[in-house]
Design a protein around this ligand. Structure first.
Ligand SMILES: NC(=O)c1ccc[n+]([C@@H]2O[C@H](COP(=O)([O-])OP(=O)(O)OC[C@H]3O[C@@H](n4cnc5c(N)ncnc54)[C@H](O)[C@@H]3O)[C@@H](O)[C@H]2O)c1
Ligand SMILES: [Zn+2]
Length: 240
């Protein structure tokens, strides 16, 4: 499949669906987990992004997330996020499934977004579940954030070992897809990666954008090696 073929397949799809991962935000300046710069103070994020880590040392886990929030506030959506938002505006029925927690797809204007791993910019009470938007002043304070009920708040993300959000809906949408674009994900975190397999089994054309091969490359009908911000505007630019 050439890039022109992929553009036509996406433009003509009745139910185009995209799955994005950390690579889509890499060019905004947010590091991926598995690429260069994926460490924080010599720790692997996988060691900090767990309920066990939070229970053992909430201050350590919060300092990791407060640092990530600073990065999100300091950077902005890039051409890949904008291309996906523009595609949604022009293609009714398009749904975007993302593993990203930075909220940049919504910031860029995407509305039909399934955030499988929650949102970094939300504080959620670990006792009563109440949520509120992250506040830079609260994040700058020494004290850990507490809910009105007295419970310790946590970042509104899904941690390793926790159930992802809206996965049934994501699989249902993937099963309806006739074109399925996978961009910027290493496809190593389940069940997100399986959404592409569900789509493939249901007959969708799978189109991958990533500088490197992934476990999904073997099922891709078109695999385009490159950066999302460089390739997505072209692939998503076709008129229906
Ligand atoms: N921005 C974010 O929200 C963010 C950042 C880091 C990690 N995460 C979390 O990391 C977990 C890991 O899964 P993942 O697959 O999303 O990330 P990952 O770190 O495992 O993989 C990133 C992938 O992006 C590719 N990539 C790097 N630069 C790219 C670019 N410019 N354009 C396109 N692709 C590029 C890499 O080759 C790699 O395959 C997820 O749970 C996600 O919630 C999110
Ligand atoms: Zn509470």
């Amino acid at each position: 499949m050439t890039p022109d073929d992929a553009r036509e397949v996406l433009a003509a799809a009745r139910r185009p669906v995209a799955l994005t991962g950390a690579g889509v935000s890499a060019e905004s300046g947010l590091s991926t987990f598995r690429g260069p710069g994926g460490l924080w103070n010599d720790r692997r994020p996988e060691e900090l992004a767990t309920p066990e880590a939070f229970a053992a040392d909430p201050a350590l886990v919060w300092s990791f997330y407060r640092w990530r929030r600073e990065r999100v506030r300091a950077c902005a959506p890039n051409a890949a996020h904008h291309a996906l938002a523009a595609f949604e505006a022009a293609h009714e029925g398009f749904v975007l499934i993302t593993q990203n927690v930075d909220g940049y797809h919504r910031d860029a204007g995407s509305r039909a977004v399934i955030e499988l791993h929650g949102n970094l910019m939300i504080d959620r009470c670990s006792e009563c579940g109440a949520e509120r938007p992250a506040d830079p002043r609260r994040d700058a304070a020494d004290a850990l954030p507490r809910c009105a009920c007295g419970g310790l708040e946590r970042p509104g993300v899904v941690w390793f070992g926790e159930p992802v959000t809206r996965i049934e809906e994501a699989f249902a949408v993937a099963g309806e897809a006739d074109a399925f674009l996978v961009a910027g994900t290493s496809a190593q975190v389940e069940p997100a990666a399986s959404a592409a397999r569900v789509a493939k089994r249901a007959g969708a054309a799978v189109i991958e954008v990533n500088p490197e091969a992934t476990p999904l490359t073997s099922i891709a009908d078109g695999a385009f090696r490159g950066r999302a911000a460089a390739l997505l505007p072209g692939l998503l630019g076709g008129a229906r």
